[in-house]
Design a protein around this ligand. Structure first.
Ligand code: SF4
Ligand code: F3S
Length: 497
């Protein structure tokens, strides 16, 4: 046990130090947290048991939400008395807000032991150890990525569904967005590395993979292949995966070869998250998003022509500083024409350091009133989309910890188009298993399938979930995967804002 992080106990013995990772923000952060857990496991820490106080708390932060910093400092304040009465406890802050606030974090909260950024996740175990030995806070942030994060080990959250990064960073300059400043320039991962990671996950029973990048459609530019994303979809479709998803695409770079690859690869799910942000061409221009509404609608038409039942979701920002009532009317028009299955809707709020933050904001009540109108419209469209499913057969991947209605009588899963489905619990059906059923009812945000199952397929993922195992992936070239532990909260915001 020499060299492992240990905590002395009252009887003079030592136990492995425990950790908890608290995740905020998008899927990127959720996946980075899987890597943080994998790294800490590798360094000899163990996940804390529920209702126990961990020896190490890691905050993996997001900078997108308004007041994200107030929330972080509030949380750190709550933890201070716990740390004061827990000898040896350490607090680490990483992620996008750490990359943004840097040394400010230990100035405002000097009881924080480690601050690390988005480019040096791999340094966390060393920084924790150094802080413990030197009894001094360690702040280490890099301006650029040194190691592609997927070369780090990961402890996955789910037995059946996994994230796989294909790129990190973003070369776009949307004027409202802080992400490029915090995640850096786009770096693409080699297709062979992506495929190897997918294959390892498939071998451990994973049925569904979501390919992750801030702009998946620019994938390949760095190695000179503009068609690389479509090719990657086809190649991932050959690995034995049952469900392939990806996020986020960008309307500017979304080409017809990707639509073809989606339609011709049976494992690619009939769902697409396509960020609109605004329906007004003038606002899109001011946002420096270089597509226009007609191009956006044209993409949706071509996707629906190739994949008729595709459920398309989006992100929309209301109240960008230059948005007029006429611009907003354009957003309503495009939303109505797009028939989105769902939308993340946001009221614009400035991010210091972005170009749009220097523009005079709109009045709050104007933004609120427009936002409410948009939500009413989108809720109607979401519900219409749900109602259209009633009577249809659905293949459902049973999930774990996802349904608020889950209980002794109800289980939950996702249809191939990513709609949430609640079903009566059936003995022997485990999370990770696949069932076929018929949709019998719709609510604004979920479907019901109350009849008997048409079929039930036991899967390797279901076996793993039943045994409490989730896959782990080592750093891509470091030996064979082993098995690991539990599930975490879902992402709060989409990958591309
Ligand atoms: Fe990049 Fe998306 Fe941010 Fe635009 S909104 S800069 S595409 S991450
Ligand atoms: Fe970072 Fe994702 Fe938030 S990239 S700023 S954690 S939305």
């Amino acid at each position: 046990m020499e060299g492992l992080p240990l905590t002395p106990t009252l009887d003079g013995m030592t136990t492995a130090r425990t950790y908890e990772v608290r995740t905020y923000g998008c899927q990127m952060n959720v996946h980075d947290s899987e890597r943080i857990s994998g790294l800490l496991d590798g360094a000899g820490y163990v996940p804390v048991q529920p209702d126990s106080t961990p020896d190490v708390v890691v905050f993996n932060t997001c900078a997108v939400r308004e007041n994200a910093d107030n929330r972080l400092y509030g949380n750190l304040g709550h933890l201070k008395p716990v740390k004061d009465r827990t000898p040896g406890m350490q607090i680490a802050v990483g992620g996008c807000l750490a990359q943004k606030d840097q040394g400010l974090i230990t100035t405002k909260a000097p009881w924080v032991d480690v601050v690390f950024g988005t480019h040096n996740v791999g340094a966390l175990p060393v920084l924790l150890e150094r802080a413990r030995v030197e009894q001094q806070s360690q702040v280490e942030l890099l301006e650029a990525l040194e190691v592609f994060p997927s070369t780090l080990p990961a402890r996955r959250e789910s037995s059946y569904s996994a994230w796989v990064s294909i790129s990190v960073g973003c070369d776009n300059t949307c004027t409202f967005c802080i992400v490029p400043a915090l995640r850096g320039k786009e770096q693409d991962r080699r297709p062979g590395d992506v495929l190897r990671e997918v294959e390892m996950l498939v071998a451990q029973g994973v049925l569904e993979v979501t390919l992750l990048g801030q702009n998946v459609n620019s994938y390949g530019r760095s190695f000179g292949d503009r068609d690389a994303f479509g090719k990657l979809l086809r190649a991932v479709g050959q690995t034995g995966l049952e469900r392939i998803r990806f996020t986020s695409p960008h309307p500017r770079d979304f080409t017809d070869d990707v639509i073809e690859a989606m339609a011709q690869t049976p494992a690619v799910c009939p769902s697409l998250h396509m960020p609109l942000q605004s329906g007004s061409d003038a606002v899109l221009k001011a946002m420096r998003r270089s597509y226009r509404s007609e191009r956006f609608l044209g993409i949706l038409d071509r996707v629906r022509a190739a994949i008729p039942d595709a459920a398309i979701t989006t992100d929309i920002i209301v109240g960008f500083p230059t948005e007029t009532e006429a611009d907003f009317a354009e957003t309503l028009r495009v939303v109505e024409a797009s028939r989105f299955a769902g939308a993340f809707t946001f009221q614009y709020s400035p991010r210091p350091g972005t170009p749009a933050a220097d523009l005079p904001p709109l009045a709050k009540d104007v933004v609120q009133e427009r936002y409410e109108r948009l939500v009413v419209l989108q809720e109607r469209m979401t519900y219409d989309g749900m109602l259209a499913q009633v009577g249809r057969a659905a293949e459902v991947l049973v999930s774990q910890g996802e349904g608020r209605k889950d209980g002794p009588n109800t289980m939950t899963g996702r249809a191939r188009d990513n709609r949430l489905v609640h079903l009566p619990r059936v003995d022997g059906v485990r999370p990770g298993d696949v069932v076929e059923t018929v949709v019998t009812g719709a609510a604004p945000h979920y479907l019901r399938a109350e009849g008997p199952l048409l079929s039930h397929r036991r899967t390797l993922a279901g076996d793993a979930a039943e045994a409490g195992r989730t896959p782990t992936t080592p750093g891509v070239s470091l030996g064979m995967p082993t098995v690991g532990v539990p599930m975490q909260a879902p992402a709060e915001v989409p990958a591309c804002r």
